[in-house]
Design a protein around this ligand. Structure first.
Ligand code: ATP
Ligand code: MG
Length: 565
C-alpha cells in the first residue's frame, strides 16, 4: 500500500482502535457489530457503517457481529431481516456464527432492570406521555421529579412484574431510570427503560413479552453481553453516550464497551431516512424497495452496481465527525470505473432507425469477430452478424447538419462500428413526414479499418434487423431533482422534488444477438450509450429488460456547473 492509500484507509476510529490495541485495552481485542433495526431495507448509508465495522474487524483480526436491534416489533418483520442478511453478504461480508438478536437478551435485560430497581436506580412511573413530557422540562429549564419517583423497591418490583404479566394497558406505566431530572442532558432526565406493548406478535419472541426495552437500555447491554469492544454509531447518539455509560456502570454487565460516533452519510439527490424511504415504497412513488432508483442496497444491486464499487465508494468518502453531503457523481464514478474495466462491450440500438444497404448482396450474412473489451484480450471475442438491413440509432442521423455532427447525414459517410463505411443516399419518409428508413450503399474495401488515404471520422453502432433481439431498456436517472430534497430549510415536502424523468422506458430497442444469452444481473457497456445490466426481474414471455446503471460520462456535472453559473 502506498502512503497515500494508507491515509485514505486510515480514519479517526481506526486511530482510536490502534492506540487501544497498543495500550492493551480489552486485552488487545477488537470486536465490533453492525446493529440494524429490521424495519426497512438497508441503504447506502448503512453500507458505510457495514464497511467500517466489518472492515475494522477484518483488518485487526477481530470479529464483527450482525445484530438485529429488534425491540420495536410494531415496525419490524421477517422480510426485512432476510433482506438485511442478503445485503450484508452481497456486500462481501460474513458474520459467520455471530448472528444475534437483541430479543435474545430480553430475559437478561429484565434481570438487569430488576437489578436497577433493587439498587434504587429505577422506578415504575404512572405519568401519562403528556405529563412525562411536561415534567421533563426543557433545554433551558430543569425538569421536576415524577410523583412516582420515590416508590419503594418492593412496590417497583411488584409493578414491573405485573407489567410483564400483562396486567396494565399500553401507556399506563413505564419503567424509568432514576438519574437526574435537572441534568443539562435531556437523555439523563430519568429516561424510559421499558414500555408496555400488549397484543403485538414479535417476529422472534412471539407473544412471550408484552413489555419491551427501549433502545437506550437495550443497546449498551447487548453490546456488553456480546463483549463488543468498540460500539461504533452515528453522531446523533453522541448525546446518548452518558446514558450508554450510565447503564453499563450501574448494572453487573460483564464489560464496558466504548461508544464512538461518526458522521452519517448523506448523498445528494436522494433521501436516506428509513421513514422517508418507507413512505416512497408505501405510497407507490417507486416500484418497491429494490426499485433501481432507490438508494437501497437492493436498488443499487438491481441498478447494476457491484459490491466492489460500493465498498470503494465507502473507502473514498472516508469516516469523520463532520456532517456533509456527498455528491452523487462520486458514487457514479466508482461504478463507472469498475464497469469500464470489468464489463464486456455490446451494441444496442435504443431508438432504432432502419438502414437498407441497397448494394449489399441479397441474403448474405457475415459473421464479424469482435473483441469483447477494447483493452482486455482475456475477455475474448464474439461474433456479430452483419446483414443488408440494419438498425442504427435515430440520434445518429440528421438530414442536414453542421460539420460538427460526426455521424450520418444525407449524402454523407459514417463508419459502422466493427464493420463497413456506409453512405446515405436516400431518406424515406412516411405520409406524416417522419423518417422511417435510410437507403445507403457500403464500401466493401473498408471492413474493420480504413484503407490508406480514406478518411471517415464518425463511428456509430448498429444491430442487424434479421438477428437483432427486441428489448426493453429502462433509462434511470436521479430520483429527486433537488440535491437535498429533505433539507430543513425547505418548506416543501421532499416528495414534491421527485424527478418526473427519473425513469424513461424504451420499449422498441434492439440489442445484438449475443445479449440474448445474458443472465439476470449481468452487466455490459452498450457502446456509446452507457453501462447497462439485465434486470433481476424478467417476466416470462416478455422482451428482455435492461437497466441503465450509469451513463458513460457525468452529464450532471455540466448541468450543475451551468446552474451554479
Ligand atoms: P433511520 O434513522 O433512517 O431509521 P437508523 O439509523 O435508525 O436509520 P438502523 O437500522 O438503526 O437505522 O441503522 C443501523 C446502523 O447503521 C446504525 O449503527 C446506524 O448508525 C448506521 N447508519 C444508519 N444510517 C446511516 C448513514 N446514513 N450513514 C452511516 N451509518 C448509518
Ligand atoms: Mg436506529
Amino acid at each position: 500500500m502506498s502512503e497515500d492509500e494508507t491515509v485514505v484507509a486510515g480514519n479517526f476510529v481506526r486511530q482510536i482502535i490502534e492506540s487501544d490495541i497498543e495500550a492493551g485495552k480489552h486485552d488487545g481485542k477488537v470486536a465490533t457489530r453492525f446493529p440494524p433495526e429490521p424495519n426497512g431495507y438497508l441503504h447506502i448509508g448503512h453500507a458505510k457503517s457495514i464497511c467500517l465495522n466489518f472492515g475494522i474487524a477484518m483488518d485487526y483480526q477481530g470479529t464483527c457481529n450482525l445484530r438485529f436491534d429488534d425491540t420495536n416489533p410494531h415496525k419490524e418483520n421477517v422480510e426485512y431481516i432476510e433482506s438485511i442478511r442478503q445485503d450484508v453478504h452481497w456486500l462481501g461480508y460474513d458474520w459467520g456464527e455471530r448472528l444475534y438478536y437483541a430479543s435474545n437478551y430480553f430475559e437478561r435485560l429484565y434481570e438487569y432492570a430488576v437489578e436497577l430497581i433493587t439498587a434504587g436506580k429505577a422506578y415504575v412511573c404512572d405519568l401519562t406521555a403528556d405529563e412525562t413530557r411536561e415534567y421533563r422540562g426543557t433545554l433551558t429549564a430543569a425538569g421536576k421529579p415524577s410523583p412516582f419517583r420515590e416508590r419503594s423497591v418492593e412496590e417497583n418490583l411488584d409493578l414491573l412484574q405485573r407489567m410483564r404479566a400483562g396486567e396494565f394497558e399500553d401507556g399506563a406505566r413505564v419503567l424509568r431510570a432514576k438519574i437526574d431530572m435537572s441534568s443539562p442532558n435531556m437523555n439523563m432526565r430519568d429516561p424510559t427503560l421499558y414500555r408496555i406493548r400488549r397484543g403485538v406478535i414479535h417476529h422472534q419472541t412471539g407473544e412471550s413479552w408484552c413489555i419491551y426495552p427501549m433502545y437506550d437500555f437495550t443497546h449498551p447491554v447487548s453490546d456488553a453481553l456480546e463483549r463488543i469492544t468498540h460500539s461504533i454509531c452515528t453522531l446523533e447518539f453522541a448525546d446518548h453516550r452518558p446514558l450508554y455509560d450510565w447503564i453499563l456502570d450501574n448494572t453487573s454487565v460483564p464489560c464496558h464497551p466504548q461508544q464512538i460516533e461518526f458522521s452519517r452519510l448523506n448523498l445528494e439527490y436522494t433521501v436516506m431516512s428509513k421513514r422517508k424511504l418507507t413512505a416512497l415504497v408505501d405510497e407507490g412513488c417507486v416500484e418497491g424497495w429494490d426499485d433501481p432508483r432507490m438508494p437501497t442496497i437492493a436498488g443499487l444491486r438491481r441498478r447494476g452496481f457491484t459490491p466492489g464499487s460500493i465498498r470503494e465508494f465507502c473507502t473514498r468518502i472516508g469516516v469523520s465527525k463532520s456532517e456533509n453531503t456527498v455528491q452523487m457523481g462520486m458514487l457514479e464514478s466508482c461504478i463507472r470505473e469498475d464497469l469500464n474495466v470489468n464489463s464486456q462491450r455490446r451494441m444496442a440500438v435504443l431508438h432504432p432507425l432502419k438502414v437498407v444497404i441497397t448494394d449489399y448482396p441479397e441474403g448474405q450474412v457475415e459473421q464479424l469477430e469482435v473483441a469483447n473489451h477494447p483493452q482486455d484480450e482475456s475477455m475474448g471475442v464474439r461474433s456479430i452478424p452483419f446483414t443488408g438491413e440494419l438498425y442504427i440509432d435515430k440520434n445518429d442521423f440528421l438530414e442536414t447538419a453542421s460539420k460538427k455532427f460526426k455521424r450520418l447525414v444525407t449524402g454523407g459517410e459514417v463508419r459502422l462500428r466493427n464493420a463497413y463505411v456506409i453512405r446515405c443516399n436516400e431518406v424515406i419518409k412516411d405520409a406524416a413526414g417522419e423518417i422511417i428508413e435510410l437507403h445507403c450503399s457500403y464500401d466493401p474495401a473498408t471492413l474493420g479499418a480504413n484503407p490508406e488515404g480514406r478518411k471517415v471520422k464518425g463511428v456509430i453502432h448498429w444491430v442487424s434487423v434479421e438477428y437483432g433481439v427486441e428489448a426493453e431498456v429502462r433509462l434511470y436517472d436521479r430520483l429527486f431533482s433537488q440535491p437535498v430534497p429533505d433539507s430543513a430549510k425547505e418548506d416543501k415536502d421532499y416528495r414534491e422534488y421527485l424527478n418526473p424523468d427519473s425513469l424513461r422506458t424504451l420499449t422498441q430497442s434492439i440489442v445484438e444477438p449475443a445479449l440474448a444469452e445474458a443472465n439476470p444481473g449481468e452487466r455490459f457497456q452498450f457502446e456509446r450509450e452507457g453501462y447497462f445490466c439485465v434486470d433481476l426481474h424478467q417476466p416470462a414471455g416478455s422482451p428482455m429488460i435492461f437497466n441503465r446503471t450509469v451513463t458513460l460520462r457525468d452529464s450532471w456535472a455540466k448541468i450543475e456547473e451551468k446552474q451554479k453559473a
